[in-house]
Design a binder for this molecule. Structure first.
Ligand code: 13P
Length: 313
């Protein structure tokens, strides 16, 4: 048996559901029960998992979100050191300082934040619902201004598509893997692949977004490829894991990376070997090292922010 077969057998034996994000290694997509974008995985974790154990193949903020939504289930992370550099741009204390500076202004944060940060906010959002959430929370607070963090590029995406005054906090937050895309990357890719469609994630800088044929979440990008035939192919402006997924699912279509250096080393920490070790630990003293537990006082407050997002979207 190869490692994938061993994982499939063990997850059935131990009663585990494996959820995976598109940026994890392709081998992980092939053994996962469900693959999704941030919003999709949150919804699945909340409503659609019967198993007592969820093994979450993703970075820590995703695992924390699953834990906050499912306190009764055991949430396992194959590598708890797989963090998100974007999430480090904004802490709960930072938010309290912004609230003092801008009293009565609602705070929206990207789901790419820690549970501790979410606990200080009105609502969180993902790239697939950011516009809707921003509009709804502004309406609820009867204001045209919102505080939005930590991704400055997603803030700009929301600002461009609403009438809201979007104050980006801290104003410099970014995902290093998306923020590296440049206008020159687009010009080079379009020169090498004329007529290919450029599809990018809203974490990319505004000058790249403005040249795109489509901007959306990882699931949105997959839907775009499924719904649009382009024989010249698709230039993919997000982490390379999504491109590997697209190639796997669409062997007859052509895909080109906007920049092959857009590789999230944290997502790549979630290997098949670590997933196997995590599954093997279930029911032994080693299991504790893989469990993700958010302290209940933080979890209760973060839940309000996450639940509001799910209700709104
Ligand atoms: P999606 O919600 O588009 O999957 O994005 C997740 C993410 O972390 C992007 O960096």
């Amino acid at each position: 048996m190869d490692i994938s077969e061993k994982i499939l057998a063990l997850k059935t034996e131990k009663g585990v559901t494996i959820l995976a994000h598109y940026y994890t290694p392709l081998g992980v997509h092939k053994i996962a029960d469900r693959i999704g974008d941030s919003l999709g995985l949150s919804k699945i974790a909340k409503n659609e998992v019967e198993a007592d154990y969820i093994l979450f193949a993703g970075v820590l903020f995703m695992t924390e979100t699953a834990s906050v939504l499912n306190p009764a289930k055991t949430i396992l992370s194959p590598d708890k050191s797989a963090g998100c550099p974007l999430a480090n741009f904004l802490s709960g204390d930072d938010i309290e300082k912004y609230k003092e500076k801008y009293p009565n202004i609602p705070v929206v944060v990207y789901v790419n934040t820690t549970a501790e940060t979410k606990a200080h906010t009105d609502v969180c959002c993902t790239s697939s619902n950011a516009i809707k959430i921003a509009q709804k929370i502004a309406e609820e607070h009867n204001t045209d201004t919102i505080l939005f963090g930590p991704d400055k590029n997603l803030a700009s995406y929301v600002r461009d598509r609403t009438d809201l005054n979007v104050i980006s906090i801290p104003g410099r937050g970014n995902c290093p893997r998306h923020n590296l895309f440049t206008k020159q990357d687009v010009l080079n890719a379009k020169k090498n692949h004329p007529n290919a469609s450029l599809i990018v994630h809203p974490e990319a800088p505004p000058e790249v977004q403005h040249l795109a044929d489509y901007i959306g979440s990882t699931s949105g990008m997959i839907n775009y490829v499924n719904e649009h035939e382009n024989d010249s192919g698709y230039i993919i402006g997000t982490e390379v894991g999504l491109m590997e997924h697209l190639i796997w699912k669409n062997p007859l279509k052509k895909f080109f990376p906007l920049n092959p250096k857009s590789l999230c080393e944290n997502m790549k920490k979630i290997t098949l070997e670590k997933i196997y070790s995590t599954l093997k630990s279930i029911g032994t003293p080693e299991e504790a090292q893989y469990q993700v537990i958010v302290p209940s006082d933080i979890a209760q407050k973060a839940l309000l922010s996450i639940d509001k997002m799910i209700d709104y979207s």
